[in-house]
Structure formats: structure tokens, C-alpha cells
Design a binder for this molecule. Structure first.
Ligand SMILES: Cc1ncc(COP(=O)(O)O)c(C=O)c1O
Length: 454
């Protein structure tokens, strides 16, 4: 029971049942440990930490004088440049009027969810905020489980049966959230699956919110293909500068809205929501974003360098898990892996660890490793952790600068890890200790963590 305060009394709408995510609790614990002068390896943070490209930083400084409100949808020049960017990078034929700019894709996803449909379909696992956003808006959710055996791709028969079941219970799922490359698994949906899902959504008249914020971070042979390519009339594509460039705190998000009259009405609705809540994206940041979205070869090259550095660091973590015999689907983009410790359920229970939340705290307390529990990601399975490579060995600006210079000088993955990533190598050792103990307790043969990268 929450204490009652006068005159602060809480509204039940939206807040009731809204739980603090473990993300915050884990980050608080990490902070406490650091404040006490102790060590913890922070693998819970999903923020690109590489340096800001000097041209983009200079553009922000040069535009500091822009102090007026702008259009809620974004300045026209930026909408035009973003439309051209989508044409160039994703082969989508986009008009500037289809582009909405907002303070982060998170706010835009929220406003689209507010504007559209009655109920929301959310895959399990998926990004932490989809469920809470639906909850705040009072929208029921139909969850659709996915499995590691099928690379966490949605299976059409499972999707269909979940929707049917929801409708049999008076439900009305109309909005369908899809995310690829995917947080928390790092997996990328194959183009044929994107096409199949698009066909399914069209047949069932679902509005797709396609979260493609990690589109430019793909590092496997499977290319990123936008859902909008196959279902332009029923897809809103979300993107922004938070992941492909290290600009999360600048809050630049984008939404690409369908071109037809329905799309125009949706743009109007999102504009109405924006203008009554956040007014606009900060003006200097929008002008600086013009440079980030331009076709400047230096910026394009920098996006690619960031992608390659994330890839090496993330693949190193994946190889570590594989060499230890920890089940983990191979990442293909973003900066996450999503291993499962389910097979040691019994040994973990003997340590008083009964779910992934307890596992995350156990790893911090006993092994100095901070990760996030899968249950924060609406996971259906137990004992999965989301492990992010984005923060480690790049915690300070100086370290991030050093990483970039070292990579430019010598991009060899093996040497990049060996010479520039002392803490990441320690993480591999710590996981090695943890898994070796579990294996011993389970009577399994020993393994050693591989320090291989490719
Ligand atoms: C899948 C996914 N979507 C959206 C976001 C939000 O990004 P932003 O609001 O910075 O654009 C994140 C950030 O972690 C994410 O992982």
C-alpha cells in the first residue's frame, strides 16, 4: 500500500500497476558500488559511448543561438534531409511530409501508440518501454512469445493464435510493435520474414510500429530491410540518432509515416500530441542533426566505424558465452547478447537464485558483473540476461577517444580486444569463473572462456 501524502495524491490512471523496471534498480546498485569505491563491470547500459564526430559537435555549437520554438513535426530542412537519407540508405521512397522529428524515438513511439488503435501486440522478449507505454495509455497488450530456436523471430502461427485468443476474450489487437535489429537479443529479422510479417499484418489490418532504431548497426550477412518496403501503407518506421551515432542524450528521434490520407491524419494527430506535450525537439539539436543526416562521406564513414567497433566488442561477448557452453543466439546487430542460464536452474536454486532478476543481482554481488534480467524485456523464458557491450572500456570520454584512435590505426579485431579492452577481458574471466562453478556443481566437464573474436 502506497502511503498517502497531502496535498500530493496520485492518479490511478496509468500509474497503478506501473512497476519500476529492474534497469533502474540495477543502475542504482552499480552507482552505490562505484560510490563506495568498489569495482563493477557495467554491462547493463545500452548507450553508445564513442566520441561525438567533430563536425556534428561544431554544428551544435554554431546553432546555439537558435532559441525559438520550431514546428512540432521538425524544421522543414531536417525533414527533407531525413527523407533523402531514408531513400539513400534504405531504398524507401519517402516525401519530407512523411517525416516526423521528435525528442527521441521513445516519445514518438509513445505518441503513435497514443494516437493509434485499441490494443497492442508486443513480442516477447522486446525492449523495456513498450509494455509500460501501453500501460500508461491504458491499452491492453497481447504478448507473443518467440524462441531462441527460431532466432527470436515471430512465428506466424503463434502470432495468429495469440491474436485469435485475445479476440475470443473481447480483445481487439490493432497495433503491432516489431523491432529489428532487436533489443535485447541483437538478432536481425531475415528479409523474407519481414515480408511474411508484412503480408500477415496487411491481411489482419494491423498497424505496424516498426522500431528500426538499430538499422545502421547491422554487422552480419543478413541485411536490414525495413517493414515499410513491403507494407508502406500500414507501417510507421522509427529511427533516430541514439544508436548509430553516440547521441542518445541529444534526443533526436524520427518517425516515417505512411504517405496516404490515413498517414496524413496520423501525422496531424502526432503533431497535436507533440505540440501539447513537448512542443518541439530542441532547435539547436535539430540544426546539428542536419549534418548528422547529410550525405557527408566523413559522417557515413564514422557511422560505419562505430558499427564495426560495436560488432567486435559484442561478438567478443558472444564468443565468450559460446566457449563456456552458455546457450546464446548469435547477435547480428545492435550491441547486445541475450544468453540463457536456464540449464543451471537447479544449481542456481541451490544458491538462492530463483529467477533472472535474482540472477542479475547475484552476478553483481558475487562477480562484479552488472547485466539486466530478461524479465525487464517482457521475456517469457526465465534466466535470460541482456548483456550490453556498449559501455565497457569506454566509460570516460578519454577512454572512448583512445578506443577510436586505436581502431583507426589498427582495426584488427583480435588486437583491438587484446590491447584496448582490459575490462572486457576481465568480464570474460568473471563469467568463466561463474560458469565453471555452475558446471562443477552440476558435474559437467570444465570449459575455459575463449578470447577469440571472430
Ligand atoms: C529498441 C529501442 N527502441 C527505442 C529506443 C529509444 O531510443 P531514443 O528514444 O533514444 O531514440 C531504444 C533505446 O534504448 C531501444 O533500445
Amino acid at each position: 500500500m502506497v502511503e498517502r501524502f497531502k496535498p500530493i495524491r496520485f492518479s490511478r490512471a496509468g500509474i497503478r500497476g506501473l512497476k519500476a523496471s529492474a534497469t533502474i534498480a540495477i543502475n542504482d546498485r552499480v552507482r552505490e558500488i562505484w560510490d563506495a569505491g568498489r569495482n563493477v563491470y557495467h554491462l547493463a547500459f545500452g548507450e553508445s559511448r564513442f566520441p561525438i564526430h567533430p563536425k556534428i559537435a561544431a554544428a551544435l555549437g554554431a546553432n546555439a543561438h537558435r532559441r525559438s520554438y520550431t514546428s512540432a513535426l521538425g524544421i522543414p530542412e531536417l525533414r527533407k534531409v531525413i527523407a533523402a537519407h531514408y531513400q539513400r540508405r534504405f531504398e524507401l521512397d519517402i516525401a519530407p511530409e512523411q517525416v516526423v522529428v521528435g525528442p527521441g524515438s521513445k516519445s514518438l513511439i509513445f505518441s503513435a501508440l497514443m494516437a493509434l488503435g485499441e490494443e497492442v501486440i508486443i513480442p516477447q522478449p522486446s525492449w523495456v518501454s513498450y509494455g509500460p507505454q501501453a500501460h500508461i495509455l491504458g491499452k491492453p497488450v497481447t504478448f507473443v512469445p518467440t524462441r531462441p530456436e527460431t532466432n527470436y523471430e515471430l512465428e506466424l502461427d503463434v502470432l495468429e493464435s495469440q491474436i485469435r485468443e485475445s479476440r475470443q476474450n473481447w480483445g481487439n489487437p490493432e497495433v503491432f510493435i516489431v523491432n529489428s535489429p532487436k533489443n535485447p537479443t541483437g538478432t536481425v529479422m531475415r528479409p523474407e520474414k519481414v515480408e511474411a510479417l508484412a503480408g500477415f499484418a496487411r491481411e489482419h489490418e494491423l498497424m505496424v510500429l516498426s522500431d528500426e532504431i538499430y538499422a545502421l548497426t547491422v554487422f552480419s550477412a543478413v541485411p536490414h530491410v525495413s517493414m515499410s518496403r513491403f507494407y508502406p501503407e500500414g507501417t510507421v518506421v522509427f529511427g533516430g540518432l541514439s544508436k548509430s551515432l553516440p547521441l542518445g542524450g541529444w534526443r533526436v528521434g524520427t518517425a516515417i509515416i505512411p504517405r496516404d490520407n490515413g498517414g496524413k491524419a496520423l501525422t496531424q494527430a502526432m503533431s497535436n500530441i507533440a505540440s501539447n506535450i513537448w512542443t518541439c525537439t530542441p532547435a539547436p539539436v535539430q540544426y546539428a542533426a542536419l549534418v548528422a543526416y547529410s550525405d557527408d562521406p566523413e559522417i557515413e564513414e564514422y557511422i560505419d566505424i562505430c558499427r564495426r567497433m560495436h560488432a567486435i566488442r559484442t561478438r567478443f561477448l558472444y564468443r565468450t558465452m559460446k566457449s563456456l557452453g552458455v546457450p546464446c543466439v548469435e547477435p547480428a546487430g545492435a550491441f547486445y547478447i541475450y544468453p540463457s542460464f536456464e540449464r543451471w536452474r537447479e544449481q542456481l536454486a541451490a544458491r538462492g537464485v530463483h529467477n533472472d532478476n535474482e540472477l542479475a543481482f547475484h552476478l553483481i554481488d558475487r562477480y562484479e558483473i552488472a547485466t539486466l534480467p530478461g524479465s525487464d524485456f517482457h521475456a517469457a523464458q526465465d534466466f535470460c540476461l541482456r548483456i550490453s557491450s556498449s559501455y565497457i572500456d569506454a566509460a570516460t570520454d578519454e577512454k572512448a577517444d583512445m578506443l577510436l584512435s586505436a581502431f583507426r590505426e589498427d582495426p584488427d579485431p583480435e588486437r583491438f580486444i587484446r590491447n584496448q579492452h582490459p575490462r572486457l577481458q576481465k568480464v570474460a574471466e568473471r563469467f568463466g569463473e561463474f560458469v565453471a562453478e555452475l558446471r562443477r556443481e552440476a558435474g559437467e566437464p570444465e570449459t575455459v572462456p575463449s578470447l577469440a573474436v571472430v
